[in-house]
Design a protein around this ligand. Structure first.
Ligand code: HEM
Length: 441
């Protein structure tokens, strides 16, 4: 990582608190940085450390106000890139795929062609039309309304089982016991993956999203490559089996029965698997943790919810806005163009910072407040827009809705009793540890 946050001037204050997060959510920061003490042309928000320490909020607020389409030239690892930080501009980029391409990648990292451990995978989230549309169409029936309705009872049954296994009155990590467990079970359902081996899916998801140094997985580049090849082998075998079975509505079966997708190159198959595993995993997981945290940060909202559970659907949308599980998506300019008065050149990389657009005071009233009965709660950028808009958005909302319906029936309070820990990533915007104590109803 090119930029060391700690190298900037130290301002002894809790910046996370100042920029909209309550003190209890702040992680100890060794070297907090005042976003206004950094020269504008030195600001580089693509910093894992900035996100881990929750200092990103202040930098984004400054960029939205002073330089909403910001060019960063100081990140040696990523190279130059634009930060698009206002809601309106992000929406524009996301809905103009003829100008802003999703190829070759959807994060700011570029593949290193000389790295022997790099797997050059392809996935439809990082493809343009027409191939993107063809592939999305094959797998999207899994999350079509009819199939979601059919899955609802099974999801509820599994959520209840998880909630009833929890220790009331004892401290435990909500992320591990609830968010990860439920999303893992859901993933197994979507793939019709052997249920007793479902934890492999979470592991492969973590391996996929780990940064080049291995991050929380602790894997070397080579080990990471080997893990992903094992993932490919496992799924190739399942695909082969499903080819010879009648078609069902799970991702593998739908791919196995599609004439084109069943013939995918192994690296394309791996890429699409990684997409479907990660897409439905980290994002929903972090919304499940983020919701508990937000309700603890805003206790009056928790009271509102207890008094009126019919607010759950709008709260779910608000959780997804407030948490913004994916901090950014990248686009690459296909032509010279202009954005927010800045000249973007063909080939330039842009990060659409959803995490910033969702806190844009020009579009969202009191954006740093968590308000479960907002007037227009689905007005947020967390699922993106345009041809790549999240395929699983209704499924994600349904899972979180069911979770809260069942929590309210059993527990009067999911109390956060310790400091949360956050993902060390400027892509997955999440929580890794959330110590809680349950209070029975
Ligand atoms: C709260 C949960 C979720 C969030 C915040 C989220 C967010 C996103 C975002 C930001 C994109 C890219 C949008 C763009 O580029 O315009 C995306 C795409 C996608 N998501 Fe989700 N997602 C969530 C849940 C899910 C689930 C449960 C699935 C499971 C099927 C899923 C599958 C996908 C797929 C397949 C794509 C690629 C769509 C395409 O390229 O056409 N997501 N998601």
């Amino acid at each position: 990582m090119a930029v060391s946050v700690g190298a900037w001037p130290i301002i002894a204050q809790n910046i996370a608190h100042r920029w909209g997060e309550k003190t209890m959510t702040a992680q100890p920061i060794d070297n907090p940085v005042d976003p206004y003490a950094v020269p504008l042309d030195q600001i580089d928000v693509a910093s894992d450390e900035l996100f881990r320490t929750r200092q990103h909020w202040g930098f984004f607020e400054r960029l939205r106000n002073e330089d909403p389409v910001h060019y960063c030239t100081t990140n040696e690892e990523l190279g130059p890139y634009w930060s698009v930080t206002r809601y309106e501009d992000i929406f524009y980029v996301d809905t103009h795929n003829e100008i802003f391409s999703s190829e070759p990648a959807i994060t700011l990292f570029d593949a290193d062609p000389d790295d022997p451990n790099q797997l050059e995978v392809e996935m439809f989230i990082a493809m343009d039309q027409p191939k993107h549309d063809e592939q999305r169409k094959v797998v999207s029936p899994v999350v079509a309304p009819g199939n979601l309705k059919d899955m609802e009872d099974l999801i509820r049954e599994r959520v209840i089982k998880v909630l009833e296994s929890l220790p009331v009155g004892e401290t435990f990590n909500w992320v591990q016991k609830v968010s990860i467990e439920i999303t893992t079970q859901m993933l197994a359902t979507l793939f019709d993956f052997p249920f007793d081996q479902r934890h492999k899916l979470t592991w492969w998801s973590d391996v996929t999203t780990s940064p080049p140094d291995g991050g929380e997985t602790g894997l070397s580049e080579e080990d990471r490559r080997n893990e992903l090849i094992e993932c490919l082998m496992t799924f190739s075998q399942l695909l082969e089996e499903r080819r010879n079975q009648p078609q069902k509505f799970d991702f593998i079966s739908l791919m196995a029965h599609d004439p084109k997708m069943s013939q995918q190159h192994p690296m394309e198959l791996l890429g699409n698997l990684m997409l479907l595993i990660v897409g439905g995993n980290d994002t929903t997981r972090n919304s499940m943790s983020g919701g508990v945290l937000a309700l603890n940060q805003f206790p009056a909202e928790y009271d509102k919810l207890r008094n009126d559970p019919s607010l759950i659907p709008s709260m779910v949308a608000e959780i997804i806005r407030f948490q913004t599980p994916l901090a950014h998506m990248r686009r690459t300019a296909l032509q010279d163009t202009e954005l927010g008065g800045k000249k973007i050149k063909k080939g330039d990389k842009l990060a659409m910072w959803y995490v910033s657009g969702n806190r844009d005071e020009r579009e969202i009233e009191n954006p740093n407040e968590f308000i479960i009965d907002r007037e227009n709660p689905r007005k947020h950028l967390s699922f993106g827009f345009g041809i790549h808009r999240c395929m699983g958005n209704r499924l994600a909302e349904m899972q979180i809705r069911i979770l809260w319906e069942e929590i309210l029936k059993r527990f009067s309070f999911v109390e956060v009793v310790g400091e949360p820990k956050y993902t060390t990533s400027f892509f997955v915007h999440g929580i890794t540890e959330l110590p809680v104590k349950l209070h029975a109803k």
